[in-house]
Design a protein. Structure first.
Length: 185
């Protein structure tokens, strides 16, 4: 639960800047969002076993809960700098439904999207974004940039952050800890 001051600031932000202001208020997540986040977390966990930074993503139809696509980070396996979990999942969701517009979809991802992925979220006109841990080093939704709520861009997204964030952070921490362990051996 965010502290009282944070909540006050969020409410004030919403009043001043409109309802699309990104809120790190995980209590706004629906039971479906949470179920999908659990799925994304297990995808992230299997990515770690393949030596990929553990991030997982699911794209589902907001109305029905139907899963259109899911993916984990594949940067190392594919030697592709763009192979982030949510980017792969969004591309295959669009192919799956035969429409690049994802306005009826929710993108669920275990880590706050980077500038590239947040940019794709805007370009794909994603309806909702739900993410887990924030990323102070690369996050482009609330941390470093606010691409999903920037009024200068032509599309704004309902964003909910901090959903099962502790689980996501723990996966990442454990992954980098074991990497460092391997290096020092
Ligand atoms: Zn990314």
């Amino acid at each position: 639960m965010p502290g009282l001051l944070t909540r006050l600031k969020m409410t004030l932000g919403r009043v001043l800047f409109g309802a699309t202001e990104p809120a790190l208020d995980p209590s706004a997540a629906t039971p479906t969002d949470i179920e999908m986040m659990r799925r994304a977390l297990s995808l992230a966990e299997s990515a770690a076993k393949e030596d990929e930074v553990p991030v997982g993503a699911v794209v589902y139809r907001t109305e029905t809960g139907e899963i259109l696509a899911q993916a984990s980070n594949r940067r190392e396996c594919d030697t592709d700098p763009s192979a982030h979990a949510e980017l792969i999942a969004m591309r295959s969701a669009a192919a799956q439904q035969g429409d690049w517009r994802l306005n009826d979809c929710t993108v669920v991802v275990t880590l706050e999207p980077c500038p590239m992925c947040a940019g794709l979220i805007v370009n794909a006109r994603v309806g909702r974004l739900v993410f887990g841990a924030s990323d102070p080093k690369a996050g482009a939704v609330v941390s470093l940039y606010e691409l999903c709520s920037d009024r200068r861009l032509n599309h704004r997204i309902e964003a909910i952050g901090g959903v099962l964030a502790a689980e996501s952070s723990e996966l990442l921490r454990e992954f980098f800890r074991s990497k460092r362990g391997k290096k020092s051996q």
